[in-house]
Design a protein around this ligand. Structure first.
Ligand code: HEC
Ligand code: HEC
Length: 220
């Protein structure tokens, strides 16, 4: 009679065999189901995997430069910076674009044809870049924005605004992109709207949004 432990061990090894068998080769199409976040975690803990992926990411980023800027500092106020975004967050947004959960036709088509290692690579690459915040030009407006941010936004976005695995970095982000996101949220329209945030913003005049944006874009 085989012991329970052996049965369990056999079961587990069969499971992992299935997992490995299901894992497509590195150049497999992005549509194949790969545990992207799992492989990213693995890379973060294994320099032998991390280094080549980071290198791939740096090469892939040449495709993104045109819109997101060299090193992810966007030259265009309505296109977001990717520099300094959380690696896990970037990868998750890429998945959402590809799956059509986050809507942007160009991003969807582009990400869909990329391999999982390319996606993990650019996420690592951008997470490693430094964002260049825009110095506040209107100091009075940014000061007003700081008061609003501290009162209404800090509870979720924290005093530094640098984001985390589930939340976008807002610090140093492009002003038009931020304004559009806030107005969309205030209107409660479309996807990517946080209910509590929308409630807070419903009390905001356009001038309040301008102020909080002036502050966030200048945050390091
Ligand atoms: C033709 C212009 C263009 C190119 C090229 C482009 N992007 Fe984008 N990307 C955008 C726009 C515009 C948005 C904002 C979409 C929105 O508002 O939801 C965006 C959003 C993103 C976001 C979400 C950022 C956030 O803060 O939530 C990520 C991640 C991203 N792009 C990654 C990439 C990567 C990686 C590449 C290159 C492989 C790339 N993009 C190439 C235009 C582009
Ligand atoms: C209750 C928590 C909460 C509060 C309070 C809050 N937010 Fe948010 N915010 C979120 C969440 C969650 C998201 C992400 C929504 C998503 O991706 O689906 C978000 C997204 C954003 C985005 C979009 C970022 C991007 O790159 O797409 C901006 C900008 C933003 N918040 C600014 C603010 C400002 C300014 C305030 C204060 C006036 C504020 N938030 C208050 C939770 C909050």
């Amino acid at each position: 009679m085989i012991s329970n432990r052996l049965v369990l061990a056999l079961f587990l090894s069969l499971c992992s065999l299935t997992v490995f068998a299901a894992e497509p080769p590195a150049r497999a199409r992005a549509s194949a189901k790969v545990d992207l976040q799992g492989r990213l975690k693995e890379a973060l803990n294994n320099p032998k995997l991390y280094e080549p992926l980071l290198k791939t990411g740096g090469q892939v980023a040449a495709v993104c430069d045109r819109c997101h800027g060299v090193g992810g500092n966007s030259p265009t106020p309505d296109v977001p910076n990717l520099a300094g975004q959380n690696t896990v967050y970037v990868l998750e947004q890429a998945r959402q674009f590809a799956d059509g959960e986050r809507h942007h036709e160009f991003m969807r088509r582009m990400i869909k044809v990329m391999t999982s290692d390319e996606k993990i690579g650019f996420s690592l690459f951008y997470g490693n870049q430094k964002v260049k915040p825009a110095p506040a030009t209107n100091l009075a407006l940014a000061a007003k924005g700081r008061v609003l941010y501290t009162k209404d936004c800090e509870s979720c976005h924290e005093d530094h605004g640098r984001g985390d695995e589930h939340l976008a970095r807002v610090a140093g982000q492009q002003p038009v992109y931020l304004t559009v996101a806030l107005k969309r949220s205030r209107a409660g329209s479309g996807a990517r709207v946080d209910r509590d945030m929308a409630k807070t913003l419903s009390t905001y005049a356009d001038g309040d949004i301008d102020a909080v944006v002036a502050y966030m874009m200048s945050m390091p």
